[in-house]
Design a protein around this ligand. Sequence first.
Ligand code: ARG
Length: 308
Amino acid sequence: MPNAQPSVLSWGHRYVMVRPDHFRIDYAINPYMDLAVQPDAHRAMAQWVDLVRTIERLGGEVEVVPQREDAPDMVYAMNLGLGVLRPDGTGLVSGHVVMSHMRFAERRMESQTAGPWFERSGRTTSYVGRDGVGAHLEAGDVFAWGDALVAGYGPRTEELALKHLATDLGVRVRGVRITHPAMYHLDLAFCPLDDRHAMVAPGAFDAPSARALLDLVPEPLVLTDQEALTTFCANSIVIDRTVVMPAGGPSRVIEELGAWGFEVVEVDLSEFHKGGGSIRCLTNPVDVTLGRDVPLVAGGEVLVPPLG
Ligand code: ARG
């Protein structure tokens, strides 16, 4: 039904963000990070405030977590954990966060602050692994899409974490294997737009996973590696029919989004590109609702494409 009116994403109206009081490049755990190229603290704060104001102007809400002094990457709040809402069937909705268990020790202390913060905010928390023991999970690898959570694994999240996630939440998890070192999180290569459209950079994945992901998207906006890597355009967020995109997005992509009825608002996050992240990485949506945005599946289920 190519002419069916797509419904907007029902999630993406509430975000957790970390105020960049201590954003630096102290180590290099992805190909973008270079200790010789440090962010300008004032410019970074101004860009971050601009992003918060843009989200609020579009009707979104932002909850702010203070940044640990010793955790310069904590600004990339998407990776703190996977937030969901669980309706209990009687009209009550509770928040839950499956905490990330970062691949690199340099980021693991973030959970020690974020876990208690989520608890104080009224949410429950669970862990797939902690302090280096157990499966690694980084929430920037996980999106609600279609009949499942789609989870990228490889550079950061481990395949075993998908099993934990599916069992813990009682949902289907569809794994896709990431092989590109510079698209090390799913959110650098995949961006849900509405219930039919998503941006996809197939070059991030091995061939069976690229095919599997494209098969899940009725109308994909296929990005070249060049588009995804140099502009971070897949690292956009979507609030109803507005795409908030890192400034300098490819005009071809912006035009295509316009043709599908999206307004594109550009925000300059160039200081944060120095750490290897942009808009999606800085914002963690906590209103994905189980049973609405992701169907419940008794016992959970993991589906992964064959090895490429
Ligand atoms: N420097 C951070 C890291 O390598 C960047 C995280 C980007 N976040 C994201 N959700 N893609 O972990």
